[in-house]
Design a protein around this ligand. Sequence first.
Ligand SMILES: *[C@@H]1O[C@H](CO)[C@@H](O)[C@H](O)[C@H]1NC(C)=O
Ligand SMILES: *[C@@H]1O[C@H](CO)[C@@H](O)[C@H](O)[C@H]1NC(C)=O
Ligand SMILES: *[C@@H]1O[C@H](CO)[C@@H](O)[C@H](O)[C@H]1NC(C)=O
Ligand SMILES: *[C@@H]1O[C@H](CO)[C@@H](O)[C@H](O)[C@H]1NC(C)=O
Ligand SMILES: *[C@@H]1O[C@H](CO)[C@@H](O)[C@H](O)[C@H]1NC(C)=O
Ligand SMILES: *[C@@H]1O[C@H](CO)[C@@H](O)[C@H](O)[C@H]1NC(C)=O
Ligand SMILES: *[C@@H]1O[C@H](CO)[C@@H](O)[C@H](O)[C@H]1NC(C)=O
Length: 920
Amino acid sequence: MATNWLPFWMLILSWCCHLLPGDTFRAFVLAENVRLDLTTANGYQWQTSLPNGSLTVAGHVPGGIYTDLERADILQDGPLLYRFNDGNYRWIAYNDWNYALDFDVDPLLVNQPGVFLVLHGVDTVAQIRLNGFFLGETDNMFVRYRFNVRNLLKAEGNQLRVELRSPVTVSRNRYEEQLMDYIVPPRCVPPEYQGECHANFIRKMQASFSWDWGPAFPSMGLWKAVSLETYEALTLRDVYVATSLNGTNWQVDLRLYCETIDIGVSHSGTWTVRLVDNNGVLIHEMVADSLLTGNGDQEATAQYQLKIAAAQIEPWMPNGYGNPTLYNLSVSYAANGKVAVTKEMRIGFRTVVLVEDDLQTGGRTFYLQVNDVPIFLKGSNWIPADVLPELVTTEYIRDLLTSCVDANMNSLRVWGGGIYELDAFYQIADELGILIWQDFMFACSMYPTTSWFLESVSVEVVQQVRRLQYHPSVVLWAGNNENEAALRGNWYGTIGNFDLYRQDYIILYVDTIREIVRKEDPSRPFVVSSPSNGKASEEEGHIARDPYSELYGDVHHYNYYVNAWNTSSYPRPRMSTEYGFQALPSVHSWAAVSDPFNDDDWSFNGALLSNRQHHPLGNFEMELQVSSRFGLPKSNLSSRTGLLDMMYLTQMHQAQAIKTQTQHYRRHRYQLAENGAGLTMAALYWQLNDIWQAPSWASIEYGGRWKPLHYFAVDFFAPLLVILTELGDGTVAAFIHFDRRQDLVVGTLTVSIRSWDRLDPLATFSSLINQDVLPGEPVWVRSLTELFNETNCTRESCFITSSFSDPATGQENIAPPNYVFLTSFPNIANMQMANVQIVDVGTVYATEKSEWTVNVTLATDYVAAFVWIDAGRIAGTFSTNGFLFCEHFKTIKFYSKTQIIDTEEFRSELSLIHLSQIIL
Ligand SMILES: *[C@@H]1O[C@H](CO)[C@@H](O)[C@H](O)[C@H]1NC(C)=O
Ligand SMILES: *[C@@H]1O[C@H](CO)[C@@H](O)[C@H](O)[C@H]1NC(C)=O
Ligand SMILES: *[C@@H]1O[C@H](CO)[C@@H](O)[C@H](O)[C@H]1NC(C)=O
Ligand SMILES: *[C@@H]1O[C@H](CO)[C@@H](O)[C@H](O)[C@H]1NC(C)=O
Ligand SMILES: *[C@@H]1O[C@H](CO)[C@@H](O)[C@H](O)[C@H]1NC(C)=O
Ligand SMILES: *[C@@H]1O[C@H](CO)[C@@H](O)[C@H](O)[C@H]1NC(C)=O
Ligand SMILES: *[C@@H]1O[C@H](CO)[C@@H](O)[C@H](O)[C@H]1NC(C)=O
């Protein structure tokens, strides 16, 4: 049993006597609101047990059952993600579990006018009891629950009980009940997912029942804090901040969302709002008296507007467009001369508009404008950082988001099958200038529209919008992931009853979610689905005839059977918000979850890989792409070498495919095709991160290791980029592509025609590029026939490279070096077996990216493609990787994340591989 006393900072209390309305005389009211977290970190000893008492272990709050059992050494098959444990440990989620906490509290707290038990996140369906009294039920992981415990809480001997029901059972029961009326599909996820069915019947992370890139770990637990909150009159829960430019002023609309201890009683107090810049200089202060009266939900809202001279403010801009400048806003409430509650947050000044203008060529534009600057969204899609929410740390979120900025991204889409991310995610995105396209958590399913469901969703949407709204990084809300496309495309057999399902769709996303968002957050755009046709979807009754239209809105595009390195395989949409190709994880990730002595674990055709390949036909499609673009490796795919070779080849294939596709989208920012397609303003590939070690579309593996794709992203998202591409009319062209005019620096463009069998180019073309370049106009175009004639080349023997250097200083690569292949590798006859060596490892020095940077110099005798250097156990990234090596020497940098780097150990960890070693 835990006895906890107030921490020392709370001793700054004021003592006074109040005569309260209702003639009650109460003594010793704490002036300051108190939040006491009943968490493990604060010493509270929770217990987790099976309802029949046959198993009891120490519980952790915040936490979950899976990790509690793992810590208690109950799980005998090894770590949660090891080998087949997603299946072995599924019994956990088939059971109900209880959490229990026996605790005492300071008598002062018990006697406050308002005493509430607040559960900030319960996963998911549970009954809550305090001292034997039933407080209520929770049924939504994304909702905060508050219970008035004023007359229940005692100073000593409190018993808090949380009785969780199996999410799998709950969902199945609800599905079956719904079935008596009509089916709300899907019946289940595809068998390849090895998942659980009916996630759409429970408001929890949809991917915890499995996805095509993730396992089923149907989590259960108290995933956020449980706290006691006491206050005299009211507390401040959330602050709405909307910034808009009005003439020469920034106008800041504030809504202060309060919770009160009572209904219909007025409380008078004073608000103080202070805005401070990064140097601590006070920019604005507002002091205002207020009288707040709790409504039927014991809530009250105060609204204010601040005006701040625009000249005093540096606006918040996304990465690559200026500084993501933040200001500190503090809002405090004082009553009777004492501050009761203060909320501190960092805000940014920015406007955001979704521009959908009619185009004469047909369709409408579709792009985001931040502070009046059109932004091409460069980035990826974010899935939950872990399948178990309790395992996500702020450090890991920061690591992943920093990797985004390192790869020149300015945007992420928080995908609708995960969670509304943790506060830290949005705070870091604010700091780094990453624009967040925020889906609501509905994905790839039809959803019920029964009253319990809609009520739960309504509370969820209000709470989540109020929590996230103030973040400048969040720029757009989207109602769901792919459900408009699913209905139109009849993914779940809804066609026979299309009108019914469309009606349900409109009730949920339009009448419920959109209505709430319009009220709660008029400051940013809302689209009903991703992909959608934007306004045009709404005009077509919310289910567009073709949600994948290139002329309207955003598209998700996947086709694993095309030539993925040929730009003519890809559409030219207004926004591309999902596209991708799978690759295997690296040997390091695989080693963490497989048995080193089990040959089958290390086979491309083995049971472990097959278990982790959830995408139907996924391994077949990877093999098809690899064999078409590279040719299969010399090794036997069922051998260890075969698996390692396929790891390399699928990863390089993925990187080159996404590079080709992304460059295509960036280039079409400035292209308007005859059929009206083009003017593309987003390239968000699927997907950024991984949730376990498995074949997936991710560019960063579970744990943070970069795949080749992420290295390629550094270059293909560079603000200034030379793109080499065939134009489809027998010519090959170079484009100078830039995000903003000021990203275009004067430089010398060199295009080289090279043969695969020698390092020196056959021909080079140089031209000086100045600031007059027209976006979208090629700066160099040649007929391939002529080039081949001049150089005695063929598609099969040659390739083309570009470099961009500073004519004044001679500095190379002020834009990333680039290349275009003219055919697939099986057709190339003159590739040589290059001998690539690490010839020097330098000493440790400091750079902006790492205090522990080391130079590594490589040498080659022949052209080497897809050169991959690996630092083994030493965590960090290289300045470039997976590159085409066609100079005699190349020096690259290694940015260590390890604080002390022993260069001898580092050298011994280094290994190197390139394409001809595998396919020749
Ligand atoms: C208690 O419940 C567990 C899980 O359902 C079950 O395996 C066990 O047999 C039960 N024990 C008793 C004593 O009923
Ligand atoms: C802009 O400011 C003026 C003067 O304060 C005010 O009348 C007007 O309503 C404001 N505009 C908006 C859109 O809030
Ligand atoms: C602003 O807030 C941040 C985070 O709360 C804090 O670290 C920083 O010191 C504050 N800056 C100023 C100038 O108050
Ligand atoms: C790319 O695809 C187009 C259209 O299918 C085709 O005409 C062209 O030859 C392809 N290019 C290459 C290099 O394979
Ligand atoms: C290039 O074309 C010219 C004229 O058509 C021809 O005479 C010459 O042999 C060609 N050169 C090569 C290397 O193919
Ligand atoms: C052109 O290339 C072919 C085959 O690669 C070679 O036989 C021939 O001698 C070359 N001709 C010239 C003019 O270089
Ligand atoms: C590292 O390499 C860069 C060239 O890429 C060079 O300018 C720099 O001097 C090198 N630094 C050290 C410490 O070796």
